[in-house]
Design a protein around this ligand. Sequence first.
Ligand code: HEM
Length: 458
Amino acid sequence: MSTGTSSPTGHDTPAPGLPATPVPGPGQLPLIGNLPAFSRDPLGFFARLRGHGDVVSWRLGPQRALFLSQPEHIGELLAGVETNYRHPELGWAFKLVLGEGVVTSEGAAWRRKRALVQPVVRPRQVRAYAETMVDCASSLADTWEPGAHIDVRRDMLGLTQRIAVRTLFGTDTAGREGVIGPAMDIAQAAIGDEFRGLTLFLPPWVPTPGRRRLKKAVAVIDSEVNRVTEERHRGGADRDDLLSRLLAARDEQGDRLTDKEIRDEAVTLYIGGHETTGTTLTWAWYLLSRSPEARRRLAEELAAVLDGRTPGFDDFKELRWTEQIIRETLRLYPPVWLMTGIAKEGSTLGGRPVPEGTVLWASQWSAQRDERWFAEPDAFRPERWDEGATPVPDHAWFPFGGGARACLGARFATVEAVLVLATLAQRFRLDLDPGEIPPRTGLTLQPGRPVRATLRSA
Ligand code: HEM
């Protein structure tokens, strides 16, 4: 166990460890525990839990849970998924859409899939996708007119959808993007609906309009992905896209992925990457519009690094302020806002035993707004990521998770968000309509109302 951490705010915090039993926590209702408070306002509930201590006991219905706020504990949770703790079951709707892809697999199957998919999105490969990212962003900018009033979220999600389809399937889906993209979106929205309201308690065989839509969308996805894969088998073309790399991947025995496995990983990469990155960009425009100083530094950096030219992959490492804007956006509005792991027999945390079956929860939303690690935690301050600024403890910022199951697309997403922001901000300034935009929790953390802006020439 460590001896303590020095926070960027300069305070020394005590060494972490499970407090003496009983673990503190809020009062609980019989049978349902803290379910009503959690369902009503999960983000507010987490903020209140943090007030009880670094390890807080609560209950979601019959499920015994611990909420973790100490970065070292969060790191232990992330590192221990697949060994000390179990990854949570994601449910039938996820499985229907993602099949047995890397996100939905466990144990040996997950290890094999992760080893096969990792090289496909490894940082070196991301270079090949940068041109598509910038091309798609430039095409969007070509449709924008100064003075126009746009729906920022719609445009950002439309853009990341085109990037996802084109980086996955190359030009094979030309003219079909309008079929596969919307089907993926319907499937993703339907998965989200399964986690809301009464549907959560309905057995999978009960038909609802949402579930019918989901099944129809999955049929479209299957037929589109199979069509493209079969064409590749026939044509044998080796292209610079994710599908070609999945087709070329070999496991330790030298075996290739089956067509079903290729379908599952292709859909996994799409679902994992499109909405998360599009939402990050939407929040980035919102935060920038409220921070003239950050916007001024962005314009300065774009002028200095690009001097009017379209960005390319090699500019990524020079666009430091642009990347800091994305980092800070991911801190304040993490698309994945909560992570869980289930204690196995013999599990420990901070050197202390955790009863089997206890669900350990950590929330990016809550930890990344903790004033012990981030001075003025609710303020948008990309300069906190300046070189030489006070370092942030490991796992106090974890929008991409961490440990064995860390996001495979972190580099892809960061390069995409930075190059898209640079391409668009070079030509336009977005003045958002006034007013706060509250976050809404779902599968990802979304703006709680429409995000509209007036376009101005940069
Ligand atoms: C801002 C954008 C993104 C965020 C915030 C994000 C966040 C995350 C997080 C938190 C996890 C861990 C989930 C868990 O363990 O339960 C994860 C896993 C994953 N992400 Fe991302 N992601 C982003 C973009 C992407 C992109 C662009 C791709 C693909 C190109 C991608 C592919 C994956 C995959 C395949 C996994 C599963 C890894 C495993 O289970 O071993 N993500 N992501």
